[in-house]
Design a binder for this molecule. Structure first.
Ligand code: FAD
Length: 485
């Protein structure tokens, strides 16, 4: 098993729970991939998500071996789900509580209440058919795809999420509020298909949960579970090559020279890296990498993590600071590949739920801004990063924390070039292949390679896609295929 991101970890636990002896090989010193972490000057920084929805999808991994997730992780509820704020000073909360959420929608524009209710209903159907249905099916050929067509038609899968949301609610800010979440799967709300509406409904139904100690505790707990089941994990030694005899994978060799034989191999590493680099000596690797190079890749992220003096009980666990533009900004990032002067900032503040993440009287923040990937905007991020971090701080200073610079104790950033280097992510994309219709279901790289039949894929790049719920669903699907043989 190559790569210990959330998808790799979930798959490894599933295999080991089924009695398949599994070795997990991770390039970096820490597991977790996008969900890895760092500790600086007493601040604990989660690099990626800071909360989970649908805790049951994690708990299921423990139940497979009759264990209880609560033994390893304590989950704390988080509310609001999101606070959205706009440059004009207006704000709204997204809440799991129905009555409170109705009040929020009514406060924004009472005429949109029926539309919001309809969006919830549509989201419920999309949840059943999308995450609960299509995400659980293998799409190995066109026949499987044709079977999905009625579902796609019924749920307006030809429409973009933004377009579908706009058909139900009229107010601009509400349109943004109910469409932005596809961004956390790398999808442009203006392009991602309407079935992505399940994300809002999933959060509404299951609430939001913070693993005490940070998301890194969930990663650590998955590793502990895997090891208790007898699995082996090797960190800090990247796989350099998948060894082949004909069209059969026979094992891997790491950069450090470690060699392991395997009957089956699964890769959770970036798709392009898996085919172009790890299989570069095989015609399938070279051919598929050429195809992948022509595909549409999700944008990158610029992440600024900072620990500051002071506590901010009024800033919730997760906020989204929207700028003056929405459609224009998304088009600049996804299509035009320019770094606009305005931004959309996902501001994570996990220490408001869990003060133990920061030293006494201090707070942990992460600010994430979607930016074009390196294929669309091949700039020198070593030069740009300090300037861009300054832009983010200026915005937070103006809108939330007036003397932020004087309060900073520690800060660091992760730029698209770091995703490309450290994570081996093609073009620095933070979410792999874009979730557009032409790259979904059968048209997305399959969970089992079509030529190398004992090579499987798991994680953001393969079906069903990126974002934690999809990646966990993908691990379940890939495990099923591997166990069937
Ligand atoms: C900053 C950020 C915030 C996010 N926030 C959210 C959120 O709020 N909600 C949400 O749903 N999603 C969020 N996401 C998306 C979500 O975190 C990812 O889609 C998901 O974690 C990806 O998991 P994955 O299994 O594809 O593996 P990845 O996280 O991509 O991990 C792949 C692993 O493979 C390893 N690897 C690569 N090459 C090799 C090699 N040659 N040998 C060995 N190992 C290798 C890498 O080091 C890495 O550990 C966020 C992502 C980021 C980056």
């Amino acid at each position: 098993m190559i790569g210990a991101g959330l998808g790799g970890l979930a798959l490894a636990v599933r295999l080991q729970s089924a009695g398949v002896a599994t070795t997990l090989l991770e390039a970096r010193e820490k597991p977790g991939g996008c969900a890895a972490w760092s500790i600086r000057e007493g601040f604990i920084f989660d690099a990626g998500p800071v909360a989970i929805t649908d805790p049951d999808s994690f708990a299921e991994l423990w139940r497979l071996s009759g264990q209880d997730m609560a033994r390893d992780v304590t989950l704390e509820p988080v509310s609001p789900l999101w606070r959205l704020s706009w440059a004009d000073g207006s704000a709204m909360d997204l809440l799991a509580d129905d009555a409170l959420m109705r009040q929020e929608v009514a406060r924004m524009d009472g005429r949109d209440l029926p539309g919001w209710q309809r969006l919830l209903d549509l989201g419920g159907e999309a949840l059943r058919e999308g995450l609960g249905g299509l995400a659980q099916q293998e799409f190995s050929d066109m026949r499987a795809m044709l079977k999905a067509v009625p579902t796609l038609l019924q749920h307006q899968g030809w429409r973009s999420l933004y377009n579908m949301v706009s058909s139900q609610v009229g107010q601009d800010k509400l349109r943004q509020a109910f469409s932005f979440e596809s961004l956390l799967a790398g999808g442009n709300p203006l392009e991602a298909n309407a079935l992505h509406g399940w994300r809002h409904r999933l959060e509404h139904d299951t609430g939001l949960w913070h693993p005490k100690g940070g998301l890194n505790r969930m990663v650590g707990a998955l590793v502990a579970l895997f090891e208790r089941l007898g699995g082996a994990i090797r960190l800090g030694d990247p796989v350099a090559r998948i060894e082949m005899i004909g069209d059969r994978a026979t094992g891997v060799v790491t950069q450090g020279g470690w060699r392991g034989d395997a009957d089956v191999i699964a890769s959770n590493a970036d798709l392009m890296h898996s085919y172009r680099d790890l299989l570069g000596q095989h015609p399938r690797g070279r051919g598929h990498a050429e195809k992948l190079a022509r595909k549409q890749w999700s944008p990158a992220l610029f992440a600024l993590h900072f620990g500051i003096r002071g506590t901010w009980p009024g800033i919730p666990h997760r906020s989204l600071l929207l700028g003056p533009r929405y459609e224009g900004l998304l088009t600049d990032i996804f299509q035009h590949g320019v770094l606009p002067a305005d931004q959309m900032i996902f501001l994570y503040h996990p220490s408001v739920t869990d003060p133990g993440l920061a030293p006494e009287g201090c707070s942990v923040f992460s600010a994430l801004a979607p930016v074009p990937h390196l294929g669309k905007l091949p700039i020198d991020w070593d030069h740009m990063a300090p300037l861009y971090a300054d832009r983010i701080l200026n915005e937070i200073e103006r809108r939330l924390i007036p003397d932020i610079r004087a309060r900073i104790i520690t800060r660091h950033h992760v730029a698209p070039s770091d995703f490309a280097g450290d994570m081996r992510a093609h073009l620095g994309s933070a979410f792999s292949l874009a979730p557009v219709n032409s790259q979904s279901l059968c048209l997305r790289p399959h969970n089992r390679d079509a030529v190398i039949r004992n090579l499987y894929l798991v994680g953001a790049g393969t079906h069903p896609g990126a974002g934690v719920p999809y990646v966990l669903a993908g691990a379940k699907l890939t495990a099923g295929l591997m166990l069937e043989g």
